[in-house]
Design a protein. Structure first.
Length: 392
């Protein structure tokens, strides 16, 4: 932005490359006029190029969007002039180029550069993205989701105005949220309201407060257990079912990035009191749709009276989840082996014909394979959520 002298010791043959070189300085933030210096030897090829650019295309004073099209049409004549044509041939080339440049520039100004327009905005893709963005704006899940989180984590909410609310830390607030000070925070879920009032925070799924709240839900034990009732004909009425969500994950590090091969994987186990599985017959989504609320006192009585049974069911569910883990780990190890061993073999084959391939490069992938295989083999299973279901 502070440099505005451009010295071109050699001129490129393609006008687009000249545009790129000038564009290195003539860009957003440049406050000075770009001063272009073109040293050349008289009667040489660079002199011919200079006069063609200067007199035929005016490429130094103005942008030249039609330059490449002119170049394609006069390329043969230009190459002949560069090899040493007569002054008359050079003048004819300049006159022809000037006329073509004026014609093509006028066509671009009066018409539409359809290729540029298509590359700048592909209507089908753009409309689809626009519809997705508008649908996300209209989606009412976020306010309900955050209302539930605020209620759980002790954040007080009061109506401020149309489509806006004021958040205050409650007396029993579980953990701090970004931007939520003791004075409170004014928020809105409506884009137009947020644009009209600069002091309002526009809450979206990407907002730091939302993301922190989601992390709190995932890392906290609050809300990870529940008791509900569901109409289910697969067992007798009054039978207890237990739905457990286990997470199989490895001890990942930024250097190893083992999550690339074994991302945190959920293993769902739904059993009855005898240990029989009901995962397929009673999917997670079906439970959420058909669940019936159970009063807090009733739920506490069920837990107290059936505590030993529930502990046994939890151990059974964990054992069954542990039985599924080896299959997932074998797939992850196979994926890791195929990727890293393939890279090792490729480098070894390349090293046989190219001595520039260093032993350190091969050793790096061998160490990666050893460390990743150990990390995956030591992957652990943890209980992430548990739900007791009373069949009715």
């Amino acid at each position: 932005q502070f440099a505005h002298h451009l010295v071109l010791f050699d001129l490129p043959l393609n006008p687009d490359l000249l545009e790129q070189r000038i564009g290195r300085l003539d860009r957003i933030g440049q406050r000075e006029t770009i001063r272009i210096h073109v040293p050349y030897l008289e009667h040489g090829a660079q002199a011919t190029l200079f006069h063609w650019y200067q007199r035929g295309l005016s490429a130094f004073e103005h942008t030249c969007p039609a330059g490449h099209s002119v170049f394609v049409r006069v390329k043969d004549d230009l190459l002949r002039c560069l090899q040493g044509a007569s002054p008359a041939d050079m003048e004819r080339l300049i006159d022809t180029s000037r006329a073509l440049h004026a014609q093509l520039t006028a066509a671009l100004q009066n018409g539409r550069d359809r290729l540029l327009e298509y590359n700048s905005c592909r209507p089908e893709i753009a409309n689809r993205l626009k519809q997705q963005a508008q649908a996300a704006d209209r989606n009412s899940e976020l306010p309900d989701y955050l209302d539930a989180i605020f209620d759980c984590f002790g954040v007080d909410t009061e109506i401020h105005g149309t489509c806006s609310y004021v958040l205050h830390p409650g007396e029993h607030m579980q953990a701090p949220l970004p931007g939520l000070s003791d004075e409170g925070m004014t928020v809105t879920y409506d884009r137009d309201t947020a644009l009209a009032f600069e002091n309002m925070q526009y809450l979206t799924w990407e907002h730091p407060l939302t993301r922190t709240a989601m992390d709190m839900v995932l890392s906290s034990e609050l809300g990870s257990t529940a008791l509900t009732a569901v109409k289910y004909r697969g067992v007798n009425s009054g039978t207890l079912l237990m739905e457990c969500l286990f997470i199989l994950e490895s001890a990942s590090s930024e250097r190893l990035n083992s999550a690339r091969y074994l991302p945190p994987t959920c293993i769902r186990v739904l059993i009855d009191q005898s240990g029989r599985r009901h995962d397929d017959a009673l999917p997670h989504a079906a439970i959420n749709r058909a669940r019936q609320n159970v009063e807090r006192e009733t739920a506490a009585q069920v837990i107290r009276s059936q505590l030993d049974v529930l502990k046994t069911m939890a151990k059974t569910a964990e054992a069954q989840a542990a039985g599924e883990a080896p299959t997932i780990l074998r797939e992850a190890l196979g994926k890791t082996r195929d990727t890293l061993q393939g890279e090792i073999q490729r480098l070894e084959a390349l090293q046989r014909v190219n001595p520039n391939v260093r032993d350190e490069e091969i050793r790096y992938f061998e160490e990666q394979w050893t460390a990743l295989s150990q990390a995956l083999e030591s992957a652990s299973l943890r209980l992430d959520a548990l739900r007791v279901i009373v069949a009715v």
